[in-house]
Design a protein around this ligand. Structure first.
Ligand code: ADP
Length: 530
């Protein structure tokens, strides 16, 4: 301080005013040491002064608070008490070498042994004579920064993990995509994929082959453009239908090539995002089916003539035309006659089925009173009903029903099949309720019975050819399993619908609905189908 005074004294010797200023400054400077001490005390940053041999000579209250030691417990103690010995050793060496250090990290150990991360700055302290007497060390608490840093590092790790997961997922998806593509390419069925706007997105090699397509000419074309191509016409017709359903249709290309086309919508959250068209070659199945039908038809025709001959011979015997017979002989001939009749009925059913399948089951629709047909069929079962004590109730419509254009013989057969089943699969004394009424779009017929019902697990197969439920075969060994198949075909050929409700051991109700005027195309479409 006296050096500063001297320098100033030399510089300001000239005038008196200056000298007064200097003496005031001198007074200020005299108290500078106490200012420095105050500043040291109130400095919020932990600071201490360390001697050149590593002993703490002074520490400010902030250092005390920070380390949780009383000042007396700090002053005179070696620095190892507060810092890691090697780390503080390095800091003092560097300070002595460079005069100061900025921004070095070191942990301060508190009285409780807790390590607080800090960043330190040091500055060398020399005596007035220029001799090194130690250094100041100021600490800055890094706890919060470290915490944030750790948070950032964690976030970074999480992000990296996420990126890794995404990458893995991407690779998996890519792999799945390749697998799917390989499957699509090597599929034995043809596959077409249309997008939401019905544009053709994908055609697999088999579809190209089946439909004889040139990819360039069809890809990315809309259904309206594709409609121009002959082979697409029936396929695109399926698109117009209800969007959520799966449709199947056969498509004959040439005489021997038959394809089964299935369209299925791609749905995501109830929304259609595209359509899948699967083309399956059913030519072989169709050929086998045709051969089977032809065989059955031939066999049935061949059997019909001798069975008719037997029928008439038995009839002549029964009528006594060939001489008198005993009652015992009559009993045997009666049974043979009934069995022969069953055979004739079966053959007729088989012939109906083959005609349906070959598209030769012709329909001659005429305006008809359905009620009269139902009544006629009921009357034909009069004896059977009485014999089995069945309570049959025919609930006619209160208002006069309109005439319906139907093929009388075929509809009679359909009604007869349903009533016959209701009586046959009913125990003696059971109930049959027949109902005929006008429906929204035509006439609805139903026959309800209190019979054996149809087991739930077998209901899906009820309209298929030759199917008989197990409970039915147990009580009645005579059925052929063809009646409902024929009935369904007849009803549908009239543009109608057939369905049923049934519960095992409780009974069944069979329904059909016929439109008043069957659309002419329906007959034709039906015939074309086979
Ligand atoms: P069939 O009566 O000659 O066996 P159908 O085609 O008429 O042939 O009927 C097929 C099968 O459907 C029957 O064998 C029987 O299992 C079941 N079925 C049809 N109608 C009824 C009914 N009313 N009650 C119980 N089962 C029925």
């Amino acid at each position: 301080m006296s050096r500063i005074f001297n320098q100033m004294g030399v510089k300001n010797n000239q005038n008196k005013t200056e000298q007064t200023k200097i003496s005031t400054l001198l007074e200020d400077l005299a108290s500078l040491e106490s200012y420095a001490r105050d500043l040291f005390s109130f400095l919020p940053i932990p600071v201490c002064f360390i001697s050149s041999i590593g002993i703490v000579l002074e520490a400010n209250p902030a250092f005390g608070n920070f380390s949780n030691y009383e000042i007396e417990e700090i002053v005179g103690e070696p620095t190892d008490k507060f810092f890691n010995p090697e780390a503080i050793e390095e800091i003092s060496r560097e300070t002595f070498e460079k005069s100061f250090i900025k921004g070095k990290e070191i942990d301060l150990v508190t009285k409780q042994g807790k390590e607080i991360p800090t960043i330190v700055s040091t500055v060398l302290r020399k005596s007035e004579e220029g001799e090194i007497i130690g250094y100041f060390i100021a600490l800055f608490d890094l706890t919060e920064i470290k915490k944030t840093e750790r948070g950032i590092r964690n976030a970074q790790t999480a992000l990296l993990n996420m990126l890794e997961d995404i990458n893995e997922e991407r690779e998996k998806t890519e792999e799945e995509k390749n697998k799917t593509l390989a499957m699509i390419t090597n599929l034995t069925d043809g596959l077409l994929v249309f997008d939401k706007e019905n544009k053709l997105l994908l055609v697999n090699p088999q579809a190209q082959n089946f439909l004889n397509l040139e990819i360039k000419k069809v890809i990315n074309k809309s259904t309206s453009e594709l409609n121009e191509i002959l082979v697409f016409k029936p396929l695109i017709e399926l698109f117009g239908r209800e969007i959520k359903k799966i449709f199947r249709q056969e498509l004959s290309l040439g005489k021997k090539f038959v394809l089964e086309i299935t369209t299925a919508p791609f749905m995501v959250d109830e929304e259609k995002i595209g359509t899948l068209v699967i083309i399956h070659d059913v030519s072989r199945e169709k050929l086998v089916e045709k051969m089977k039908t032809e065989f059955v038809s031939l066999a049935a025709h061949q059997l019909r003539t001798p069975l008719s001959a037997i029928k008439w011979t038995l009839k002549m015997l029964l009528d006594g035309d060939l001489g008198k017979i005993t009652s015992e002989q009559k009993e045997f001939i009666d049974k043979t006659y009934i069995s022969n009749e069953r055979m004739i009925n079966l053959i007729n059913d088989l012939l109906d089925v083959t005609r349906i399948e070959e598209g030769r089951y012709l329909y001659k629709p005429t305006p008809t009173d359905i009620e009269a047909i139902v009544q006629f069929v009921i009357n034909s079962y009069k004896d059977e009903i009485e014999k089995r004590k069945i309570k049959l109730d025919f609930k006619k419509s209160e208002k006069k029903l309109p005439h319906v254009r139907v093929d009388v013989e075929k509809i009679k057969l359909a009604i007869q099949n349903l009533i016959d089943n209701a009586i046959r699969y009913n125990p003696a004394g059971g109930k049959v309720i027949i109902n005929l009424k006008q429906s929204d779009d035509g006439i609805e017929f139903s026959v309800k019975d209190s019979g054996i019902g149809i087991p739930k697990e077998q209901q899906a197969r009820i309209f298929t050819k030759f199917f008989r439920a197990l409970n039915a075969t147990r009580i009645d060994t005579e059925g052929s399993g063809l009646g409902l198949y024929i009935t369904k075909n007849i009803v549908e050929a009239h543009g109608g619908e057939i369905w049923f409700k049934s519960k095992e051991n409780e009974g069944s109700t069979f329904y059909f609905n016929l439109p008043i005027t069957p659309p002419r195309e329906k007959f034709e479409e039906f015939i074309k189908k086979f």
